[in-house]
Design a protein around this ligand. Structure first.
Ligand SMILES: Cc1cc2nc3c(=O)[nH]c(=O)nc-3n(C[C@H](O)[C@H](O)[C@H](O)COP(=O)(O)OP(=O)(O)OC[C@H]3O[C@@H](n4cnc5c(N)ncnc54)[C@H](O)[C@@H]3O)c2cc1C
Length: 444
């Protein structure tokens, strides 16, 4: 494979379709992602075990199409990569070949219709800034706001904006330009329902080179911090946030165990339960009344937009990562779960794993989601908890595997056409993903 890849890289250089990287250290770095959040994945896909033969850095969609045409005729695998913040090992090049570093496709334009069209490598930070300057709010962005548009569509799912707008497969992408791996050397426009097999498909159906993203009219958002004395008081208010006149952009909540390692600009009492809300400015009065009525208190209301970004940077996986970073000696794992037992019967949720179990909550339009955090002893113990969680009435998605887990049948059918040789991101698409890889939290 290495010889074929080097020959393909020489041809790509001759065509001027992208700079070729062959440095060993750079290739190890580009071939790994944030799977280090999972002790299971650290055993299976540690940095350096699977490394691309070369990395190629295109700058345009035509470059990407030309690279795929060369790879197709040489039979060389291609694995796309944005910022590498995916935490399932899903950008790891299992069969070597070409690592396609898409960060150079970084154009952003706001359209007259209000949508934003972004190159695959444009960062969500840049896209949001351009949208806000033009009076628009993009619907969604992950807590890793520096990740790329292509990577978020290819591997992400939810984030700030999810309470109102769901996941990346709920209308966030209005159109895209995709490069298939079919030898055509072309890019194709895709829109409407035809987009489905390209979103959250880890690039196995084609490389997204550009995407048009949905926006709302810009609103004024503020960062609100509140504290409570009990889990019950916290969750009684968490659930009522869905009734605010304008739904919050984000509502994260943590048990005391997760509070001291949060990166807050305000001092939080480490003994209390923390609620952090990105609220629309006109709803702060109603939110304050809810918090006080629920026996809590508002710790701070910060109206600088940058503070809402900081609050977003403490959501979803981030509190888990902060705790892992603070306790390198005692490994922790997390499990993505969703369902009302998180509000109604948290002890039944905690009982699914031995030892201390902590819950970081997020809010979806239909109920709560959570990152469950517990001490890691073995993969068997992690997997054994999945059926217990399901029996407790929760949706479960395991972040300890790299298989495509959404619209699998449709993705398989599409890939048969758009990647007939199976060269795109090999090893990620199975007809039957393993247990815990079938349901994606927030999808339903
Ligand atoms: C601390 C932490 C917090 C996180 N928080 C969130 C969160 O709030 N919400 C969320 O959804 N995720 C979250 N994630 C996961 C991750 O950030 C998202 O998957 C992210 O948006 C990926 O973007 P990226 O640019 O880093 O993509 P990468 O990690 O580089 O790629 C992700 C996947 O998409 C594929 N891909 C990359 N570019 C393209 C392309 N142009 N076309 C097709 N496929 C492509 C890759 O092969 C890979 O399979 C978090 C991860 C960490 C470590």
């Amino acid at each position: 494979m290495r010889a074929a890849t080097l020959a393909a890289a020489a041809e790509i250089t001759r065509l001027g379709a992208g700079a070729v990287e062959t440095g060993a250290a750079a290739l190890v770095k580009l071939s790994s992602d944030w799977s280090r959040m999972s002790p299971v994945l650290m055993e299976k896909v540690p940095p350096g075990r699977y490394v691309a033969d070369v990395a190629v850095r295109p700058r345009t969609g035509d470059d990407v199409a030309a690279i795929l045409a060369v790879a197709f005729s040489a039979g060389v695998p291609v694995t796309p990569r944005g910022a590498g913040t995916g935490n399932y090992g899903q950008a790891t090049p299992f069969d070597g070949g070409i690592l396609l570093d898409l960060r150079g496709l970084d154009t952003v334009r706001v359209n007259e219709s209000g949508t934003v069209t972004a190159g695959a490598g444009a960062r969500l930070t840049t896209i949001d800034r351009a949208g806000r300057a033009a009076g628009r709010d993009i619907w969604l962005f992950p807590s890793t706001k520096h990740s790329t548009a292509g990577g978020f569509l290819g591997g992400g799912s939810v984030g700030t904006g999810t309470i109102e707008h769901g996941t990346t497969t709920d209308g966030f992408v209005t159109a895209a330009t995709v490069a298939p791996m079919d030898g055509s050397g072309r890019t194709v426009p895709v829109s409407g329902a035809a987009l489905e097999p390209y979103v959250h498909a880890y690039g196995v159906t084609g490389i997204v080179v550009e995407a048009e993203l949905a926006t709302d009219a810009r609103r004024e958002w503020v960062a609100c911090y509140a504290a409570f004395d009990s889990y019950r008081a916290l969750t009684d208010v968490h659930r009522q946030l869905l009734d605010l006149p304008v739904r919050p952009r984000l509502a994260s909540a943590d048990e005391p165990a997760l509070v001291p390692t949060l990166t807050t600009p305000v001092a939080l009492d480490p003994g209390r339960y923390s609620l952090r809300v990105i609220a629309e400015a006109s709803t702060v009065g109603a939110l304050t009344a809810l918090v006080r009525g629920g026996g809590g208190n508002v710790v701070a209301v910060l109206d600088d937009y940058a503070e809402t970004d900081r609050l977003s940077g403490m959501s979803y996986n981030h509190p888990v990562w902060f705790l892992q970073r603070a306790r390198p000696q005692s490994p922790l794992f997390h499990m993505e779960i969703g369902g009302r037992p998180l509000w109604d019967d948290p002890d039944a949720v905690r009982a699914c794993y031995p030892g201390p179990v902590h819950l970081h909550l997020e809010l979806f339009g239909h109920g709560p989601g959570a990152m469950l955090v517990a001490e890691y002893r073995s993969e068997e113990e992690v997997l054994a908890g999945i059926p217990r969680l399901e029996a407790a009435g929760l949706d479960v998605h395991s972040p300890h595997q790299w298989f495509v887990d959404r619209n699998v049948g449709l993705v398989l059918d599409t890939a048969a056409r758009t990647d007939p040789k199976g060269l795109l991101n090999p090893g990620k698409l199975l007809p039957e993903p393993p247990s815990g890889a079938r349901v994606n939290i927030g999808v339903r």
